[in-house]
Ligand binder design. Structure first.
Ligand SMILES: [Zn+2]
Length: 79
């Protein structure tokens, strides 16, 4: 296996859906410059897609040392 830049803890995967930007407000949205992706957590559905997300807070997905910091609203990796 090749080395990936941001390993995820077991059970977590990145969504393959490309993210264009983050934020529902067209004047306040952030372009996805770094190719960030949504983290998929088993048994959890994020309330919004990044393009329609109005959440500003972020949280650690788990207490695993490799757990990414994600947006609470859409699961976008903001580590
Ligand atoms: Zn979000």
């Amino acid at each position: 296996m090749s080395v990936v830049s941001s390993p995820l803890p077991p059970g977590l995967t990145y969504s393959s859906t490309p993210v264009a930007y983050h934020g529902a407000d067209e004047h306040d949205r952030e372009p996805n410059r770094y190719g960030r992706r949504v983290v998929q957590v088993p048994g959890h559905t994020w309330p919004a897609r990044p393009e329609e997300c109005s959440e500003g807070r972020a949280e650690w997905v788990s207490d695993h040392p490799d757990a990414p910091l994600v947006c609470c609203g859409c699961g976008l990796d903001v580590s």
